[in-house]
Structures are given as structure tokens and as C-alpha cells.
Design a protein around this ligand. Structure first.
Ligand code: ZN
Length: 283
């Protein structure tokens, strides 16, 4: 009985909070910016704890700003210029393994980019946009074979939808080295949205994945790679530590931590061609 009362009170409080954002009343407006400021502060603190828990004692110091190739894949299948066939993807992963590459988590990548130290001389961050089912069915078994880590940027509204990852698949991968990060809620081009709509796309997806996967979601990929000056500010405000674009080349902090470049992987690339591209991007 006591519990039911408590739940009721909590529900009423939550209702009141949500009410604030849609009301125009003067008294409530003053409370709004305060709440908006508090969320990112809390997230920043949490993410600092995440990165602080990584032991970097054995890492190599490099001349800054450190550069890392962030590889961009989408679907592992065939049919268009964004889809890389499974056999080609396996060839790419084998090349990375044979050539001594270390695959980073987003948290490790953040340390590399901001502190100029690396867990290995050759590092790479493997990413997939959109969260297709084939990331689980085709890419994940290959990544497991080679004991590699990767990151999937998932669209909030697509969880459990046709051809997209389910919550169960995301949870299983998250427990085995595949990070699930944000690709917003609706996959709308952010540069066409007002600042507050941009913020909503980014905070709602962060809240969704934070809750679903019991994590601190630190990384964001802008839908279709489109963004503007406002996007960079809102991404930070939403509590992310970094974000990626589709600008070509290796990532480094002088691009801005919310405008990191990526190396696009297209179909038809042999392991050697893939390797040349990865090596070239680091120079
Ligand atoms: Zn996308």
C-alpha cells in the first residue's frame, strides 16, 4: 500500500516535470533552463568515471593531436554503395588482425583523442551506422572470430523494427565488446531542425540507450552526416563526449570533438585496397 502511494507521487512528479516543457507559464520557464543544465553536468561526471576506470599505464605516448581511423560501415550485405558484402568485411577484419591493429571502444577512443596516448601503435575504431539486423547476423560473428570490438550507432525509433536490431540483440552484443551508441531518435537531418529539436533528438536517444543498456552513451553519429554550428553545441549539451560526421579521413581533436572525421568503407575493396586506405589515413 505504502509502495503504491509512493509510485503515485512519483508519477505525479514526473507528469509535472514533463508538463513544464510544454507550458509557457512564466514561473515554470525559470525552472526549465536549470533542469536542462543539470542533465549534461551529471552525464559528464558519469562519463569521466567511465574513462577513468580504463587503465592506461601501459599505453604509448604519441605526439598530439593523436589521429585514429574511424571506419564507417552501414549494412553488411550487397546491393548499393553503402552495403559491404560479408566476405569483403571478413577480408577487412582479417587484414586488421594480420597487421596488428587494436580495435578501440568509444571510451578508449576518447582517451586517445584527448590525451595523446594509445593502447597500441596501430589503433582503429570500427563503426556501423543505422543498426541493421545484419550487423548482428553477419558482422558480429566475424568480429567475435577475430576478437575485435566495434561500435553500432543505433536509431532510437528503429529498435525492433524490420531489418533492424532488437533490444535482445543489442544487449547481447553490448556484453561482448560491441558498443551501442546513438544515431538520434528519428534519423532526421539535424541541420534542418531548430536547436531545441536537435537537442530533443539527441537527449531522447541518449536517455533511451542509457536506460535500455544500463550505460552512459557517450558517442553520437549525425544522420546522413549533416550538421551545423548549433548541432555541435547541442550534442555537448545533451551529454555526449564526442560525435562523428562523414567528412573523410582520420579523426583528430583539432577537427572538434563533435565533428570527428571518418573513413568510409565502400563495397568492392580488396583487403589490400582496404589496408592501403587505413594506413594512408593515419599519415
Ligand atoms: Zn544513418
Amino acid at each position: 500500500m505504502k509502495n503504491t502511494k509512493l509510485i503515485l507521487i512519483l508519477l505525479m512528479l514526473t507528469g509535472a516535470m514533463y508538463g513544464c516543457s510544454s507550458h509557457e507559464a512564466k514561473g515554470e520557464e525559470t525552472a526549465k533552463p536549470k533542469a536542462a543544465q543539470q542533465a549534461p553536468e551529471r552525464s559528464k561526471k558519469e562519463s569521466q568515471q567511465n574513462t577513468a576506470s580504463i587503465d592506461t599505464a601501459d599505453w604509448i605516448k604519441v605526439n598530439g593531436p593523436a589521429r585514429i581511423p574511424i571506419l564507417m560501415y552501414h549494412s553488411i550485405s550487397s546491393g548499393n554503395s553503402l552495403r559491404v558484402p560479408e566476405a569483403e568485411f571478413r577480408g577487412h577484419m582479417k587484414w586488421l588482425k594480420d597487421n596488428g591493429y587494436y580495435t578501440l571502444t568509444p571510451e578508449e577512443a576518447y582517451i586517445v583523442l584527448t590525451q595523446d596516448k594509445m593502447p597500441s601503435e596501430k589503433c582503429v575504431l570500427i563503426t556501423f551506422d543505422d543498426g541493421y539486423t545484419d550487423n548482428f547476423e553477419k558482422a558480429y560473428p566475424i568480429l567475435k572470430d577475430y576478437e575485435m570490438k566495434a561500435t553500432i550507432f543505433m536509431i532510437g525509433k528503429s529498435v525492433g523494427r524490420k531489418n533492424h536490431l532488437t533490444e535482445r540483440q543489442m544487449k547481447e552484443m553490448a556484453e561482448h565488446g560491441i558498443a551501442i551508441e546513438s544515431h538520434t531518435i528519428n534519423h532526421v537531418e539535424l541541420n534542418g531542425l531548430a536547436p531545441e529539436q536537435q537537442l530533443s533528438e539527441m537527449t531522447r536517444s541518449k536517455t533511451l540507450f542509457d536506460g535500455m543498456l544500463k550505460q552512459n552513451t557517450i558517442m553520437l553519429s549525425y544522420p546522413v552526416g549533416h550538421y551545423n554550428a548549433e548541432t555541435l553545441k547541442q550534442a555537448e549539451k545533451a551529454g555526449y563526449q564526442m560525435a562523428v560526421t562523414t567528412e573523410p579521413g582520420a579523426a583528430a581533436r583539432d577537427q572538434g570533438m563533435y565533428a570527428l572525421h571518418r573513413v568510409r568503407i565502400s563495397p568492392g575493396m580488396s583487403p589490400d585496397a582496404f589496408g592501403r586506405m587505413v594506413e594512408h589515413s593515419r599519415q
